[in-house]
Structure formats: C-alpha cells, structure tokens
Design a protein around this ligand. Structure first.
Ligand code: PEP
Length: 249
C-alpha cells in the first residue's frame, strides 16, 4: 500500500560539477525502476543544477533544510518559496546534525514542517535517540516526543505526504547500523503513535530507517513488516552504491 521510498542525504558534500556528474550517472543507473520513489536531498547550491538533470526522470529532488519564513531579513536562510522555485519536492527537517550543531529545537522543526506543507513541499522529518538514551531504555519516549512535537497543529489533511525518518544517532555515519529487527520495532511503535494520535491516515505515512544503510544491508530492512524505505547518508554520495540501494528488491 505504501510505496517504498529511498532518499539520499548528501549533507555538506559536492560542488555543482561533482553533483552534476553523480546525478547524470544515477539517472542512467535507476532508469526504469518504477516500484520505488527515489530522491536526492542536496546542498542548496546544487539544487538548481540537479533540478535540470532530473527533469523527466524517476529521481526527485529534495533540500536538506529550510527556514519557515517566506522572505525577509534572515541573512543566510533559504525559504520554502526558493526551494519550490528550484524544483524541490522534498525537504529533510530536523536531521540530528541540525539538532546537534545548530541547536534546532522541536518547536523550530514544527514551524518548518508547517511552512513546507503550506508550500506543498513534502517533509522528511528525522527523529532518533542518542546512544545514551538507547542505553537508558528511552528510545521510544524520545522518538514519540520528537514525532508528536514536529506534527503539533499540522492539518491532518496534509499528514499523508509526510515521511518520518527514524535515525538512531549512534548509527549515523558510524558503519554500525541498527539491526533490522530493532529498527522495525521502533518504526512499528512510531506508526502506533501516529495511529493513536491521527487515526487511519497513519497507514499512509511512510517511515524510513536511516543509519549506515549500505547496498549489503538494505534488503534486510526492506524485508521487515513496517520499514518503508531508507534515508541514506554516505552511501548516497556515489551513484553506483545509491542505485544499488534504490534497486534493493
Ligand atoms: C544520514 O545522514 O541521515 C545518515 C543516515 O547517514 P549514514 O547513512 O552515512 O549513516
């Protein structure tokens, strides 16, 4: 019922020419893959270049962050209107690196989610626990509060286009992924939280796993009952490995 969704998060990597080279190769490698949604979330400087290259392909474009205001005196920020203008269909919001290094709060993530939805940009909301929280048995509590805070006062008609990315922080960029079983358990729990809060629409919301997803382990995650896809960091930087992940089946 839910289409699998594989999204890449390039973080702060790639100049325009590097982005163009990778995307040209990726578009060829995933040509004809029609049973999964594929997106690249790229730095703002590369969005316009990528937009031209993915036109009329099965690769969608996303940004990695966004401010909630449409315009104004906010030096250095990028608005939803600007992302729309360069063809962004998606935006990742509340990535753990933004929460950690730029002190983004749940409240700010919520403002960004609402602004993205207002402009019909599909949010990929990132949530996940630290190693300390995992060891203290606080994973579910943490993801529940992040998910509910991010979705506070969101119009329920818009929920279906939202993706949640469950990304345990200790698994991001470490090469140590969660087991498929553990990730599935948390993701199942998140779907229960969504269902209790919002009802049937929860069945339409995609929930990805993220954290050291590679070509060799994607199938394990995709074989579980509740994981709908992956948010992929370092393995999305190379066309070959990202295409292998997108073609997991
Ligand atoms: C990420 O950046 O969201 C991520 C999951 O990174 P990696 O795949 O490198 O762990």
């Amino acid at each position: 019922m839910r289409r699998p969704f594989i999204a890449g998060n390039w973080k702060m990597h790639k100049t325009n020419s590097e982005a163009a080279e990778m995307v040209r190769e990726l578009v060829n490698l995933v040509q004809g893959v029609d049973d999964v949604d594929i997106a690249i979330c790229a730095p703002a400087t590369a969005l316009s270049t990528i937009n031209e290259l993915v036109d009329n392909t099965n690769v969608a474009l996303g940004a990695e962050n966004m401010f909630w205001k449409e315009e104004g005196a906010y030096t250095g920020e990028i608005s939803p209107l600007m992302l729309k203008d360069v063809g962004c269909e998606y935006v990742t919001l509340g990535h753990s690196e933004r929460r950690e290094y730029f002190e983004e709060t749940d409240e700010e993530v919520n403002k960004k989610v609402k602004a993205a939805l207002k402009h019909e940009i599909k949010p990929i909301i990132c949530v996940g626990e630290t190693l300390e929280e995992k060891e203290a048995g606080e994973t579910k509590e943490k993801v529940k509060s992040q998910v509910l805070n991010a979705l506070s006062d969101v119009d329920s008609n818009n929920l279906a286009i939202i993706t949640i990315a469950y990304e345990p922080i200790w698994a991001i960029g470490t090469g140590e992924s969660a087991t498929a079983e553990d990730a599935n358990e948390v993701i199942k729990y998140i779907r229960n939280v969504l269902s209790n809060e919002f009802g049937d629409v929860a069945d339409q919301m995609r929930i990805q796993y993220g954290g050291s997803v590679k070509p060799h382990n994607i199938a394990e995650f995709m074989e579980t009952s509740d994981i709908d896809g992956a948010l992929v960091g370092s393995a999305s930087l190379e066309a070959q490995s990202f295409a292998e992940i997108a073609k997991f089946s």
